[in-house]
Design a protein around this ligand. Sequence first.
Ligand SMILES: O=C(O)CCC(=O)C(=O)O
Ligand SMILES: [Fe+2]
Length: 183
Amino acid sequence: MQELMNMIHRMIIESLGLEDHYDSHMNSLAYSIRFSNYYKDTLDGRINLALPSHKDPNYISIICPHNVEGLEVKAVDGQWMQTIPMTNSFTVLVGEAFKAWTNGRLYAPTHRVKLNSGIEKRYAVVFSTIPNITNDIICAPKELIDEQHPLLFKPFKYYDYVKFRFSDEGERVDDALKTYCGV
Ligand SMILES: O=C(O)CCC(=O)C(=O)O
Ligand SMILES: [Fe+2]
């Protein structure tokens, strides 16, 4: 998984012409893995939202849903799209750290998990890249900032942002990243 993740980071960095930043970026990464277990809300059969709408704060999430549908992703035009699980494939989502680091070149979509009728349970494994705790400043490379692309987010410490993001205020606002460090 780590090799796949590193390949995705390399593809993004190369596609943006940021090869000079490759080593420092890769050295600033840490990896995490999470196992999620979703149940249908049995108190109210009509509510089938297993994971409410959110954006991931990290760089990249690779999701393995074990062939069970349910992950919905909001497109730029606001439409919810269902992801279709495929055998031997993963879903890759961009998070807010990469959106900020790429000065908005990458889109960090809102997403949610719904358990549709007939699905009582869903397991997912989520493998993520996050900044290393000792090196967590997110600062867009100068190559991605110019007149057409003014700086969108002031440099920030990732773990301070995560604290804000999961605070009452961070949960309340529509765009926590913009509220926290938007220019
Ligand atoms: O289970 C999924 O498909 C997505 C999980 C997710 O979005 C998350 O854990 O942040
Ligand atoms: Fe997520």
